[in-house]
Write a protein that binds this ligand. Structure first.
Ligand code: SF4
Length: 259
């Protein structure tokens, strides 16, 4: 996933997985003096939720001596997520769909801003298995391509890697407690409105009955990605110029729909 001299932007949300990733990468970094780590954090603008996460992120970075860049949706897109959800007329998209599209762009912008050549995110095994089922249920095989833990070199994107893709969420939680890492425990107020939450509950029940099922689903998802055409975005958005497969990228579609 990394080179001996990578400049790694670590996406840190203030939750357990991303803070664990930062701690784990710092331990590994000691053995690779040319590697550089920078934390990047996105403030989506969710009232009563994101403030605590950002505080925990900044405190952890200060303790660990890691530079931290925070970018907000308001700064980048002119609106907070709360405002976007209030204003949006596109009822087909859930709050998490809006958030996911805009946050992917925001993380890429932040990683470019700090001149990183890798963007490490803390998706764990549970996230990966959920993503496989979610995209299969939506019939969106192309989105499965983002599953690969080593990422792809796509023009206009900092390469995304997922070092925790085989780490079950329960082990990640255990690591936080063993290391005494303070993390945000409350969930985002929008999280219950998403299909991912239903799939998470379903997979947890399945895993309890059939241990190893999450790993099997993830492995099968990877097999599908290997067999799928991996054509990269071939054109640029006619509005913002970012790479996309469409005439207008999804970020500009969302921003265009705000009244
Ligand atoms: S739960 Fe949904 S809206 Fe909340 S931060 Fe996560 S993706 Fe965004």
């Amino acid at each position: 996933m990394f080179e001996f001299n990578s400049r790694i932007a670590v996406g840190v949300s203030g939750g357990k997985d991303s803070l664990n990733l930062l701690h784990a990468l710092i331990e590994i970094e000691d053995r690779f003096p040319k590697v550089e780590l920078i934390a990047i954090s996105i403030d989506e603008g969710v009232k009563g939720y994101r403030d605590e996460a950002l505080r925990l992120t900044e405190e952890a970075c200060a303790r660990l001596g890691v530079e931290c860049l925070i970018l907000s949706f308001r700064e980048l897109f002119g609106f907070t997520l709360d405002e976007i959800i209030d204003k949006t007329v596109n009822v087909k998209l859930t709050p998490c769909s809006h958030c996911g599209i805009l946050r992917r762009r925001a993380l890429n912008e932040a990683a470019k801003k700090v001149d990183a050549d890798r963007l490490a995110t803390a998706h764990n095994l549970d996230d990966m298995a959920q993503t496989v089922l979610l995209n299969l249920m939506r019939g969106d095989l192309r989105r499965l391509l983002t599953l690969h833990p080593r990422g792809n070199d796509l023009k206009g994107f900092v390469r995304r890697v997922k070092p925790f893709s085989k780490v079950p969420e329960r082990e990640s939680t255990l690591y936080s407690y063993l290391k005494g890492i303070e993390f945000q425990c409350i969930s985002c107020p929008y999280s219950d409105k998403t299909m991912r939450t239903d799939i998470r509950r379903f997979l947890n029940r399945m895993e309890a009955k059939h241990p190893g099922i999450k790993f099997v689903i993830y492995r099968k998802g990877l097999t599908i990605t290997h067999q799928t055409n991996t054509a990269e975005p071939s054109s640029q958005c006619s509005i913002c110029g970012e790479p996309t497969r469409r005439n207008k990228c999804r970020v500009c579609q969302i921003l265009g729909e705000l009244s």
